[in-house]
Design a protein around this ligand. Structure first.
Ligand SMILES: [Zn+2]
Length: 134
């Protein structure tokens, strides 16, 4: 088979657009996780979240056990307690915050490009450039 016979299933601009949508959805979930400890009482969060499958099935804690408690402590600025609940709580929280900032910066830069009358952002290009260049 020559290289000319290889079929492209997804065009690069469509892949970028799909990845952007996935990033926005994941970031939305991350934002909910970050905001929940400020909006929902700790007791209610414990009731809302499912029991750890590892604890239920094997009686052993998983990597994420205590993460909810850690995030609640971080929201209250109780960092030592957060670290005691789950050592990965602070790094994961920082990663979530960094992701939200990155998305905000990306969306702001996209708006600026759109206002300046430049080329359409890649996630809009996929929707408008389907071969009908006029
Ligand atoms: Zn667990």
């Amino acid at each position: 088979m020559s290289s000319r016979q290889v079929t492209r299933w997804v065009r690069p601009e469509e892949l970028k657009s799909a990845l952007f949508v996935v990033w926005v959805i994941i970031s939305g979930v991350m934002l909910l996780v970050l905001v929940a400890p400020f909006c929902v009482p700790a007791d209610s969060l414990a009731v809302l979240l499912p029991e750890c499958a590892s604890m239920r099935l094997h009686g052993k804690p998983c990597l994420l056990c205590g993460m909810t408690t850690a995030f609640i402590h971080i929201a209250r600025a109780e960092f030592a307690e957060a670290r005691a609940a789950n050592r990965l709580g602070l790094p994961l929280y920082a990663l979530f915050v960094a992701n939200e900032l990155a998305l905000a910066l990306f969306l702001c830069s996209r708006k600026r490009v759109g206002r300046a009358g430049g080329e359409a952002p890649f996630n809009q290009r996929a929707c408008t450039s389907r071969g009908d260049r006029s």
